[in-house]
Each structure stands twice: as C-alpha cells, then as structure tokens.
Design a protein around this ligand. Structure first.
Ligand SMILES: Cc1cc2nc3c(=O)[nH]c(=O)nc-3n(C[C@H](O)[C@H](O)[C@H](O)COP(=O)(O)OP(=O)(O)OC[C@H]3O[C@@H](n4cnc5c(N)ncnc54)[C@H](O)[C@@H]3O)c2cc1C
Length: 409
C-alpha cells in the first residue's frame, strides 16, 4: 500500500490529501501540521468569509497571467487550467458545499470560512486521512527511496507549508528549508497584500478617515498598476483594499515608488476647476480663510491636507486665490502624491511574494525535478496571486495536481 506524507495542513495540503485519497483510496495518507489544528488560516480568509476564487484567475494579458506574480508566473498556467474555478465549484459541490459569486469572486454559499474548513476536515477524516497535529517538521530524510518524517517512512511526500505571511496562523517560513535541503532554491521573500507605509507628515493628520479613490502605483514615475476602492488613512500611511492590492507592486523597491491618489475620480479635471472657481466666487466663501475652501467636497481635515500639499497658507483669504492657484489645487486633488517608504511586515501580510523557485518543478505534476516523488503545492512556491481569491485558487490547483500525481502508481 502506497504511503504519502503531506507536510502542512493548510488549504493546499488538505486539498492534496483529499485529491490523493480520491485518486487512490488504498493510499495511506498522513498530514503533519505544526499547529494544534489544521487550516487555521482558512478561517481568516476573506474577512472570515473565505474568498475561494475569482473568475479572472486564468486571465492572460500579452501571454502572461494578469493576476499572478513570481519569477515565472506562467508555471501556474497548466495547474490553473487543469483545476480551474469550475473544477473547484464541482469539487465543493461533491462535498455538498454550495457556492455563490459576488461579482467575479467565489465564496462558500454560507459566506462563512469555517464551512470550508469543516467540509475539508470532515471529508479528510471520512477518507481515513491521518492527522499528526502539533507536529512541526524540521527535517525530512531520504533513505532507501523513502521519505522519513517524524521517524515514519513514506513513499511520497508533498510539501505544503505555506509562506511566511501571518505566522500566527501557522506558516512561519519553516517549510522552506524542507525543500532547500534537497537543493531547491529560494527567491527573495517580501510581504504582500499588506498596508503601505508612506511619508506620513500629512496623512497622519487625517488618520482614520476613509475615502473612495483611484490609487496608482508609480515606479520611477511610470504607472505600474491602478486600483479603485476605499482608502483608509493611517498614522503610518495607507490601508484599504486598493492599497493592499498595490503592495506587491511597491514592496521590492519602495524608495523608487510613489502612490498617486485621485480623490475625486468621478470628476474630470476641468469640471473640478470650474467647481473651485464657483466656490471661490460664492459670496459665502469669498471672505473665508482658505482652510474652508474644500469643505464642501471633502472632510474638512482632508481638504486641509490637500491644500497644505500645494504649499498654501491656510490663513489666506479665499478671495485672493488665483486661477493658477485653483489649477494647482485641482491637480493636487486629482494627483495627491505620497512617497512610499515601505510596507507593513510579514505579521500583517496576507501572502508572501517569492518562494521556492518553480524552475525545478514539473508544472504538469508539481513533482520536483531534483528529487523524484517529492512534490510541492501552494504558497511555498514562487507563485503569488493578487488579492481577490487568486491565492486560494492557486493552492487548490497546485494541491490537486500534487495529490493526484503523488497517489498515482
Ligand atoms: C488574513 C488573510 C486573509 C486572506 N484572505 C484570502 C482570501 O480571501 N482569498 C484568497 O485567495 N487568499 C486569501 N489569503 C491568502 C491564502 O490564505 C493563502 O495564500 C493560502 O491559504 C495558502 O495556502 P497554503 O496551504 O499554501 O498555505 P497555508 O494556508 O499557510 O498553510 C500552511 C500550513 O502548513 C503548516 N506548516 C507550516 N510549516 C510547517 C512545518 N514546518 N511543519 C508542519 N506544518 C507546517 C502551517 O501551520 C499551515 O497550517 C489570505 C491570507 C490571510 C493571512
């Protein structure tokens, strides 16, 4: 009877185990998990709702996967096609878990992450998969073509230990050495899907305020990615969905990156300019100080930092503001610039950018090219998705391939 060790009981490990058991019910499958329970991170996903996947997961632009990063994101092409979002929907349907979409994003019908974990755990248990909990694996030995894990011998081994992000949820980076010990290489690691630190001189004055904005990431003044959504000002910089999404684009070279916020995205520059002119001429504003100029457009404190960013004295009377000044102010509203200084660390990050290089793995099977019968799946590999369900889809697709092939004769 074939035996398989799966190191890491996260989404990828559980999917690999269940797929292996489905492929070959005679396999003896053991999951080694460092925490006292499996899938703790799954419970935190999607703000507790578990955003399982995204219809855009396999989308290509100029032949490259649009929503995945890494030294060779195209490594994920086969897995994402072979075990796509539709396959994920079927997989959960067979386990009696219905799903639903919110726009392009896939969720469990219950909108509750614990449903997903329960379904996976109960299915694994019903298939006779053995759990070794509170069992951190620090070394795997290869002896007579068997993998020795915790003094037990296995025919196949799947490494699914995740990355370094959110270590309190299990993945503390200890899995990388299980692959590097066999000669696999690790790319530089960065925290991603996390808050961005910026020059905070102005933003800390509006800490706690939220606004819908288009946020553009610029590297050496070239646009790298643009996102729309709710931005939260904090004392260290910015947070909110569009900011988390952009973190992967600024993390490698923060000093060369700026964020540009369009704080009135629904208003073209010339409409804004006309509006500012109208405000300046209105009888109730003419004799006011400039600090009130933007108070009908934005929260007062936000209006003030926009004006400060243009170098305006807030005590200047509104009637003294010229057309050239108004152009400067409108430009600051449409392109509010912040110098990036870094991102929040791994403890706040949702994913790790970087990982074990994929060049030494077979993209059709997830098997190591260096060590036969050794497999890897999920975030431990150098494939990172954007925010929006792309990472769980990758963990699913790669986990299915690894489980399927590990269980084959
Ligand atoms: C707060 C948060 C929200 C997120 N929301 C979403 C979302 O909505 N949609 C989405 O697609 N992605 C989301 N992600 C990202 C997604 O959760 C991960 O990319 C995905 O879970 C990775 O799966 P994995 O199985 O590869 O790794 P993990 O889920 O990290 O699982 C790895 C497992 O291995 C165990 N382990 C680690 N080292 C060892 C060792 N040495 N020995 C034994 N066991 C070990 C860990 O304890 C862990 O249980 C979110 C992440 C976070 C932190």
């Amino acid at each position: 009877m074939k035996s398989i060790a799966i190191i890491g009981g996260g989404f990828a490990g559980l999917i690999a185990a269940i797929t292996a058991a489905g492929q070959n019910p005679d396999c003896k499958i053991t999951i080694f998990e460092r925490l006292d329970r499996c899938g703790k991170k799954i419970l935190a996903t999607g703000n507790g709702r578990c955003n399982l996947s995204n219809r855009q997961a396999g989308k290509l632009e100029n032949g490259r996967l649009l929503h995945y990063h890494g030294q060779a994101p195209s490594f994920a092409n086969h897995a994402l096609a072979a075990h796509s979002i539709d396959d994920m929907i079927d997989f959960f349907k067979q386990l009696s878990m219905p799903v639903r979409f919110e726009e392009e994003k896939l969720f469990p019908y219950s909108l509750t992450a614990s449903t997903v974990l329960d379904v996976l755990r109960f299915t694994a248990a019903s298939k006779g998969i053995r759990f070794c909990l509170s069992s951190p694996t620090s070394q795997i030995k290869l002896k007579n073509e068997k993998f020795i894990v915790d003094q037990q011998a296995f025919d196949r081994c799947v490494i699914a230990c995740g990355g370094k992000a959110s270590p309190h949820l299990g993945s503390d980076g200890s899995g990388y050495c299980l692959l590097t010990q066999f000669g696999h290489q690790l790319s530089p690691l960065y925290p991603a899907i996390t808050q961005i630190k910026t020059d905070n001189t102005l933003v800390k004055q509006v800490k706690g305020l939220k606004i819908d904005a288009v946020v553009s990431a610029l590297e050496k003044n070239h646009l790298t990615r643009k996102e729309f959504g709710q931005v939260l000002f904090t004392d260290y910089g910015l947070s909110g969905p569009p900011v988390l999404q952009l973190s992967a684009y600024v993390v490698k070279s923060p000093k060369n990156c700026m964020l540009s916020l369009d704080l009135a995205p629904d208003m073209p520059f010339h409409d804004l300019l006309s509006l500012l002119e109208q405000i300046c001429k209105s009888p109730c504003m003419r004799d006011m100080k400039t600090d009130m100029l933007l108070s009908t457009l934005f929260h007062k404190r936000l209006g003030q930092i926009i004006l400060k960013s243009t170098g305006f004295s807030l005590s200047t009377p509104v009637k003294n503001i010229t057309q050239a000044d108004r152009k400067k102010i409108a430009a600051a509203i449409k392109d509010f610039r912040l110098q990036v200084t870094g991102v929040q660390g791994f403890s706040n990050a949702q994913v790790t950018l970087g990982g074990i290089l994929t060049k030494d793995f077979d993209d059709k099977t997830m098997e190591s090219r260096l060590v036969p019968h050794l497999y890897a799946a999920g975030e431990i590999l150098d494939i990172t998705g954007d925010c929006g369900g792309y990472n769980l889809q990758w963990a699913f697709s790669s986990g299915c391939l690894a489980g399927e092939h590990a269980a084959k004769d």
